[in-house]
Design a protein. Structure first.
Length: 464
C-alpha cells in the first residue's frame, strides 16, 4: 500500500530525534494567515480540489494543428506556444490582470493541489498564502540583474493551476482522500502520477521588486500577496506577515504532448514580461522567452559550446534580462528558475557562474524511493554541498550528462531499484513529502535527520 510505501520513505534515522508535533491538514485552503480587513479588503483565494473523475482527451487543439502530426521543431515552436497562450487566454488573462475578479469567479476548469495549503515545518514548506494562493519561490541577489536595473534582492511568488485534463491525474493520486475524516493518503505505485495526453499546467510568478526598484517591471500586472519579509537567507520568520505588492514577471505553460515531444512527452513554454512589447495591457506584453521539449542529450554543450540545440527554442526578440538565467548550453530556463549557480567548485576550481540546469533537467528528477534517506536525485548535477559550497560534476562528463537525457515520465533518472518517477512534477514530489511528514509525526518516527537533509537541499536549490 502507498501508506506503507511513503512511511518507509521516511521511516528511520541513526539520530534518535523526534519531530515537533504538527497537525497538518491536507485540505487546508491556505497557511492560516489571513489579513485583516484594514490590511486587505478584497476577496481571498478559493481552493478547488473537486478533481474530474474521468479523462476526456482534448481533440483538435489549436497547438496540435501547428504540428501537422509531426514533432515540434525550432521553426514552428513560436507558433506552437502562441497557440497555447491563446487557448488559455479566456481564463488566464483575468488571472494575470485582475486579482479580485479572478478570486470572485468560478475558476471553472482550473484546480489546485492538495497537501500544499499549510506550512509544514519538517519539510520547510511555507504553505499557500491566503490572498492569491501563491507559494514562496526562489531568492536572487540584485547582482544577478545588475545590468538590467535591479537594485534590491528579489523573491518570486508562484501560483500553479491544473486544467481539467491535468487535474484528472490529481484525482487518481488523491482519490482515496476523505475530508470528513481528514484522511488523504496519496497513491502513486501504479502509475497514478502519470499525466494524460493534453494535460496543461500553468505556473505564473510575480516579483517582489517594485518598478522603482526594478524599472523593467513598469506596467506589469500587480498581485498582492500576504507574506513575511525575506532576506538572502530566506523568510524572516520573526517579522510580521504583511500585504505585499508584487509584479507578474513569468507565465509558464506546460503541456503533455507526445506528438510534439516523443522523447519526453512534455513541452515547457515560458513567457516573460516585456514593458517595451506591443500591447494594450500586461497580458499582451507577456512575450515568449522560449520552449523546450527535450534535453538535447546528443549535444555536449560543455565540449562543443557552439553546437546548436535542436530541442530548445529561444525567442531572439525576448527581452535580454530574461536570457541572463538561461540554462546549460542555453537550454530553456526562466528568470526565476536558478539555472545559473554562482561561486561553485568544478574540479577543485572555483567557477564564478555556471549554467547548470534547465526546465526539463530539473523537473526530470522528480521521484521517490523506498527506504532512502536522501533526495533520490538532486535538481542539479552536484556531487556534494559543504559549507554552502557546491561541488559540481564536471560539465559534459558522464555524471553531469545524466541530468540532460530524454526520458519518458515514468522512467526515473536514478538507476536505484524501486524508484518511482513522478512524470516531471516537482510539485507532486513536494506534497508527497508533506504527507510523509504528517505520517512521520503521527507515528512518532525517529527521522528528523532525514527531513533536515531534505530541507537543506530544498533551501540550497532556491537561491544562487
Amino acid at each position: 500500500m502507498i501508506k506503507n510505501y511513503l512511511a518507509v520513505v521516511v521511516l528511520s534515522s541513526s539520530v534518535a530525534l523526534f519531530a515537533q508535533n504538527q497537525d497538518i491538514d491536507p485540505f487546508a485552503i491556505n497557511n492560516g494567515e489571513i489579513p485583516t480587513k484594514s490590511e486587505y479588503s478584497g476577496s481571498l483565494f478559493k481552493f478547488n480540489y473537486n478533481y474530474p473523475k474521468e479523462y476526456k482527451k482534448p481533440e483538435n487543439t489549436p497547438w496540435s494543428k501547428v504540428l501537422n502530426n509531426k514533432p515540434l521543431t525550432k521553426e514552428n515552436a513560436y507558433d506552437y506556444i502562441m497557440a497555447l497562450k491563446k487557448y488559455v487566454e479566456p481564463s488566464m488573462k483575468t488571472f494575470i490582470l485582475d486579482q479580485n475578479t479572478w478570486n470572485n469567479s468560478s475558476q471553472e476548469g482550473w484546480y489546485s493541489m492538495l497537501w500544499a495549503g499549510e506550512d509544514v515545518s519538517l519539510t520547510g514548506w511555507e504553505g499557500r498564502e491566503s490572498i492569491y494562493g501563491t507559494y514562496t519561490g526562489q531568492i536572487q541577489p540584485a547582482s544577478v540583474y545588475k545590468d538590467y536595473g535591479l537594485t534590491v534582492p528579489v523573491r518570486n511568488y508562484a501560483a500553479i493551476y491544473y486544467d481539467e485534463t491535468a487535474a484528472y491525474t490529481l484525482y487518481k493520486v488523491f482519490k482515496n482522500c476523505n475530508k470528513s475524516k481528514n484522511e488523504c493518503i496519496p497513491l502513486i505505485q501504479n502509475n497514478e502520477a502519470q499525466f494524460e495526453e493534453g494535460a496543461i499546467i500553468i505556473k505564473a510568478a510575480s516579483a517582489s521588486a517594485t518598478p522603482e526598484e526594478w524599472p523593467l517591471l513598469e506596467g506589469a500586472a500587480k498581485w498582492q500577496v500576504y507574506r513575511k519579509p525575506f532576506d538572502l537567507n530566506g523568510t524572516i520568520n520573526d517579522k510580521p506577515t504583511v500585504v505585499t505588492d508584487t509584479r507578474v514577471t513569468i507565465f509558464d505553460i506546460i503541456v503533455k504532448d507526445s506528438i510534439a515531444s516523443p522523447q519526453t512527452g512534455w513541452v515547457f513554454a515560458t513567457f516573460v514580461y516585456d514593458k517595451n512589447a506591443k500591447g494594450e495591457n500586461a497580458w499582451e506584453k507577456m512575450v515568449p522567452l522560449g520552449a523546450m521539449w527535450g534535453n538535447d542529450p546528443k549535444v555536449n554543450s560543455a565540449k562543443n559550446p557552439k553546437e546548436e540545440l535542436k530541442e530548445t527554442y529561444i525567442n531572439p526578440n525576448a527581452p535580454e534580462y530574461a536570457k541572463v538565467t538561461l540554462g546549460y548550453g542555453l537550454r530553456l530556463s526562466g528568470p526565476f528558475d536558478i539555472a545559473v549557480k554562482y561561486n561553485v567548485k568544478v574540479d577543485d576550481t572555483t567557477v564564478e557562474s555556471l549554467r547548470s540546469s534547465s526546465c526539463l533537467s530539473c523537473h526530470g528528477t522528480s521521484s521517490f524511493k523506498l527506504n532512502d534517506y536522501n533526495m533520490i536525485t538532486f535538481f542539479y548535477p552536484v556531487k556534494s554541498i559543504h559549507n554552502n559550497i557546491w561541488d559540481m560534476y564536471t560539465p559534459g562528463n558522464i555524471q553531469w550528462n545524466e541530468w540532460f537525457q530524454n526520458r519518458w515520465g515514468n522512467i526515473p533518472q536514478s538507476q536505484k531499484k524501486g524508484v518511482i518517477a513522478l512524470d516531471y512534477s516537482t510539485f507532486l514530489e513536494q506534497v508527497l513529502m508533506n504527507y510523509a511528514a504528517k505520517y512521520s509525526q503521527d507515528n512518532k518516527l525517529n527521522n528528523a535527520k532525514f527531513f533536515e537533509e531534505w530541507k537543506r537541499y530544498k533551501k540550497e536549490s532556491r537561491k544562487h
